[in-house]
Ligand binder design. Structure first.
Ligand code: THU
Length: 134
């Protein structure tokens, strides 16, 4: 089993635990940090729809709770025929802790569908460095 296989397995297990009674669209995510640790999360919807949380946000929350802030690889898994790429907000959330080169592996039920560098998903991103003013 490769690290990517481990990440996909964790993301798939997280997806199975998604709370998505409104959209019925279950998503799982897994981030790997600099230390090699893996953190997973699922989407958590809410009756007040805008309060729902994406799987990536949940995985990032677990990572920060684990004391880490540096993402080196990302897996997102969703159902359907399309590519379950991170939403705009989650591209920004990932950008906070990753670089433009960080691979985002977009997966479906059968496994890996496409790997996209974060910088292609969010070009010209505004990030922590923008706040470094003299
Ligand atoms: N969703 C995620 O969790 N991650 C994504 O990358 C795309 C969308 C969730 C949000 C909502 O709970 C459901 O998928 C349908 O949009």
């Amino acid at each position: 089993m490769s690290t990517l296989d481990d990440m996909i397995a964790l993301a798939r297990a997280a997806q199975a635990r998604a709370y998505a009674p409104y959209s019925k669209f279950r998503v799982g995510a897994c981030v790997r940090t600099e230390s090699g640790e893996l953190y997973a999360g699922c989407n958590v919807e809410n009756a007040a729809y805008p309060q729902g949380q994406c799987a990536e946000a949940s995985a990032i929350g677990a990572m920060v709770h684990g004391g880490e802030t540096s993402i080196v690889e990302v897996v997102v898994i969703g159902d359907g025929d399309g590519l379950c790429t991170p939403c705009g907000g989650c591209r920004q959330r990932l950008n906070e802790f990753a670089t433009g080169d960080t691979p985002v592996h977009v997966c479906g039920p059968e496994g890996l569908r496409k790997t996209i560098p974060l910088g292609e998903l969010i070009p010209y991103a505004f990030g922590p460095k923008n706040l470094d003013t003299p």
